[in-house]
Design a protein around this ligand. Structure first.
Ligand SMILES: Nc1ncnc2c1ncn2[C@@H]1O[C@H](COP(=O)(O)OP(=O)(O)OP(=O)(O)O)[C@@H](O)[C@H]1O
Ligand SMILES: [Mg+2]
Ligand SMILES: [Zn+2]
Length: 381
């Protein structure tokens, strides 16, 4: 049924039209309702549509994700079985931790993390991906190819932040790998594209199911199409749990950017995040102070609403870590996130300071990556 849906141009046109109607539109027909429930990809942005959909023949080769899915704990994302290059199995207790590897189609992996929730990890991750694209190293001789992977299984925010929350399910290539959805020139993947769009049904997986979902998001995505990514930015969930451990054990991560706010409690959690990554052998690129200050518009003084940034700088040097940047609290950052237009792609003067700070972070990350020796490991995926 889904394959038929995809192959019928008349119906998909209808669906595209229906899905752009406001919610108060008259009742949809049964066909529309079914189509809407499956949220077929409706191009929402020229950059996305041009790279995501190619020829009709190519479209026909792709399959809908759930068309042959078996949803079980060993396959939480319902990805059809792939014989070649299977994702690594979860090790048995006695087998010890799995060998770290690279991700096929990805040259560098940078994670954005913090021990604490709500400090702006996802916002920073999305804007860092865009900053890395903007500050592409000259040596590349072309714009850098950047991906953004949302590993927040329980609270994915990349679809909304990148304006792809209505883009539909990702398609699959011939090898049953998920094809990233793209907007603002960044390829993205998130569990948010794969779960039914019901905000009242939180993901309640734990343990094995979470580990397996992380593996599928890490190794069952086709990042290589159109050329390997120069860098993949990974948005992590808060805390120091299963997802962080799985990532640290499975993948060679080039480095982590730890996000914190100036509050004491956020700093304590940032320290925990640093310690955890160090434990699983993930080097820390540096700390990023988010919501460092606020400019009220009536005076030029930067108001440090959440505490002194000197304290943060002192904590960073105590940990022996660089402060990569200080990002102020600015309404266009949060408004842009809600509207799927990250501040890096906006042009209003209000966002200038944030864009300058994030571009500096982008430069620092590229410099770090350029010095980092290539890990001598295999790739999976
Ligand atoms: N510099 C900033 N200026 C203004 N608002 C910001 C800034 N950084 C983040 N926000 C806002 O703060 C809220 C939390 O940000 P975000 O979702 O990125 O945090 P998070 O650390 O990823 O949260 P979680 O732990 O739930 O994943 C969002 O509404 C976001 O728009
Ligand atoms: Mg987040
Ligand atoms: Zn003021």
């Amino acid at each position: 049924m889904h394959a038929a849906l995809q192959r019928t141009p008349a119906l998909s046109t209808l669906v595209a039209r229906v899905s752009q109607q406001p919610l108060s539109a008259p009742r949809a027909t049964a066909a529309c309702a079914l189509a809407l429930r499956h949220r077929p990809a409706a191009p929402i942005n020229p950059t996305w549509s041009s790279s995501a959909s190619t020829s009709q023949q190519r479209q026909q080769q792709r399959r809908r994700l759930h068309s042959s899915a078996t949803l079980r704990h060993e396959n939480p994302l319902g990805i059809p079985k792939r014989e070649a290059n299977p994702a690594p199995r979860i090790p048995r207790r006695a087998a010890g931790p799995p060998q770290k590897s690279g991700i096929r189609g990805v040259n560098h992996v940078v994670v954005v993390a913090s021990g604490k929730g709500g400090v702006g990890k996802s916002t920073v991750a999305a804007n860092l991906a865009l900053a890395l694209a903007k500050t592409s190293p000259e040596a590349l001789g072309r714009p850098a190819r950047i991906g953004l992977l949302d590993l927040d299984i329980f609270g994915p925010s990349v679809p909304l932040l990148m304006g792809l929350d209505r883009a539909g399910e990702p398609e699959m290539n011939d090898a049953n790998k998920l094809i990233p959805l793209q907007n603002h020139g960044i390829k993205t993947m998130s569990i948010g594209y794969l779960l039914p769009p019901d905000p009242n049904q939180p993901v309640v997986w734990r343990g094995l199911m979470v580990q397996k979902a992380v593996q599928q998001l890490l190794f069952d995505v086709d990042w290589a199409q159109g050329g390997d990514l120069d860098a993949l930015v990974i948005d992590m969930p808060p805390g120091t749990g299963d997802v962080q451990l799985s990532l640290g054990q499975l993948v060679v991560v080039d480095g982590a950017v730890i996000v914190s706010t100036p509050q004491d409690v956020a700093l304590i959690d940032a320290r925990k995040g640093v310690a955890m990554f160090q434990k699983v052998g993930v080097p820390i690129i540096g700390l990023l102070l988010n919501m460092s200050h606020f400019k009220c518009g009536s005076c030029d003084t930067p108001h440090e609403l959440f505490g002194s940034s000197d304290k943060f700088t002192a904590a960073a040097s105590e940990l022996g870590l660089d402060v990569l940047g200080k990002v102020p609290l600015v309404t266009s950052v949060s408004d842009g996130g809600d509207a799927g237009r990250p501040v890096m792609v906006q042009s209003g003067a209000e966002g200038d300071e944030v864009r300058a700070a994030m571009s500096h972070v982008g430069d620092e990350v590229w410099q770090y990556l350029a010095k980092r020796p290539k890990a001598n490991v295999g790739v999976r995926g």
